[in-house]
Design a protein around this ligand. Structure first.
Ligand code: CMC
Length: 390
């Protein structure tokens, strides 16, 4: 093993070539297919961004309306797939349901387990992007013991999701345009971020030629952890503890500096400056709360905590700044989305990125199965010891 480079956490390993997302962590630059994230965030929609990431170009008006119509056509779940939810216990975590049901989609579309043409890929991608939203909303309703609300094809992507989350029989949930726009922005800003843990997982699983459903389901599992997609809920728990008077912001920072706790929503493997998504989300959270006429004490606490951290040498020396998760939960909270759904919301947003990366991996003919090596530290050779002699 002498010639193997030890690189824990793949800090300095590039296992693939990719043309999807460009990040310059020193300067805080993020671009999807070359387009700056602030332009996409202010002018694009989530479905348009999904198309851009997956197919490489901004869609024409006609392409986008055909794509949107395709998403409407795919929004229902097969009734048998819906029955999977009956097997989950009440109170089960929606993230566990999401990954299981997305993987189970492979049973319902056996013709898409092997993707041989662009048309098949287009169909599989549309199915996943549309149905993940239905599965996510059903996971929430199941976890709350509420009846499912079927999708409504007359509604846009984000409005339809909010309808499945919050409508009740005979009472259609009608969110404000600002709320719908904020959700679209949230999803857009989560849509891709090059070789993060979950995307690398999708590529790794896909590199064995595993199917798209299984690969993105593995991505959902990787996203669940607190250091990745679980961080947005972690931020909210931290802010709530401060709000409830259990800890002061200074005490939280002190614990983080003593390494007893990580300041959630702070720090990034690549960004050594302000995460450009956090800049946009902070402003968006502020605007949404103002437009909805809501006051959220947690927003004030978040801003106070951020200011204290940025003024502290511990965070400055290590170049730790707010990341995408620091303010995103405040938007979800303003939309009445409960905390256990936060990583699920991240997963819906990241789906186009996972699909684009899976396809890129699939298209790179001759691309190798991902198979890292190790630095072996165990016993090299021992003779077997019978029970009586142990
Ligand atoms: N709070 C306190 N100290 C921190 C933090 C933090 N949030 N993040 C990093 N550090 C310290 C760390 O202890 C280390 O200090 P030292 O040099 O004294 O040992 C130094 O900064 C470098 O940290 P690292 O763990 O080597 O950095 P990494 O690139 O391996 O980890 C990270 C990146 C995002 C996992 C980490 O910053 C973290 O745990 N942040 C909190 C969780 C979080 O917000 N995750 C969301 C990440 S962005 C979106 C996503 O991917 O989902």
């Amino acid at each position: 093993t002498g010639c193997i480079t030890y690189d824990p956490g793949y800090m300095n390993t590039g296992p693939c070539k990719s043309a999807i997302t460009f990040v310059d962590g020193e300067q805080g630059i993020l671009r999807y297919r070359g387009y700056p994230i602030d332009q996409i965030a202010s002018r694009g929609s989530f479905t348009e961004t999904a198309w851009l990431l997956i197919f490489g170009e901004l869609p024409t008006r006609e392409q986008l309306s055909r794509f949107s119509a395709g998403l409407c056509a795919e929004e229902l779940l097969h009734e048998d797939l819906r029955h999977h939810f009956e097997g989950f216990p009440p109170g089960g975590h929606p993230m566990a349901m999401l990954s299981a049901v997305v993987n189970s989609m492979g049973c319902y579309h056996p013709d898409l387990l092997e993707i041989e043409s662009k048309g098949e890929f287009y169909l599989a991608a549309s199915k996943i992007i549309s149905k993940v939203r239905t599965i996510a909303a059903f996971s929430y309703r199941k976890s709350m013991g509420l009846p499912f609300m079927y999708p409504n094809p007359a509604l846009s992507y984000c409005r339809n999701f909010l309808h499945m989350m919050f409508s009740i029989p005979h009472k259609h949930y009608d969110p404000s345009p600002e709320a719908v726009r904020a959700l679209s922005l949230f999803l857009t800003l989560h849509a891709d971020h090059e070789q993060n843990c979950s995307t690398s997982t999708v590529r790794m699983v896909g590199s064995s030629q595993a199917n798209l459903f299984a690969s993105v389901s593995a991505g959902i599992c990787a996203l669940w952890g607190r250091l990745h997609g679980g961080a947005n809920a972690g931020v909210m728990e931290m802010l709530e503890q401060i709000s409830e008077g259990k800890r002061t912001p200074r005490e939280v920072l002190e614990l983080a500096k003593q390494k007893k706790f990580r300041l959630m929503g702070f720090g990034h493997r690549i960004y050594k400056s302000y995460d450009p998504r956090a800049v946009i989300l902070k402003q968006a959270a502020h605007d949404l709360l103002t437009k909805l006429g809501k006051l959220d004490r947690l927003m004030d606490i978040a801003m106070e905590l951020e200011a204290l951290a940025l003024a502290d040498p511990y965070f400055a020396e290590r170049k730790l700044y707010p990341n995408v998760d620091f303010y995103s939960g405040l938007i979800l909270r303003a939309l009445n989305i409960p905390m256990q759904m936060f990583p699920v919301m991240f997963a819906i947003g990241r789906m186009p990125g996972w699909i684009a990366h899976w396809y890129e991996e699939h298209q790179q003919h001759g691309s190798k199965i991902h198979r890292p090596r190790q630095i072996f530290t165990g016993q090299v050779l021992r003779d077997y010891v019978p029970f009586d002699e142990r």
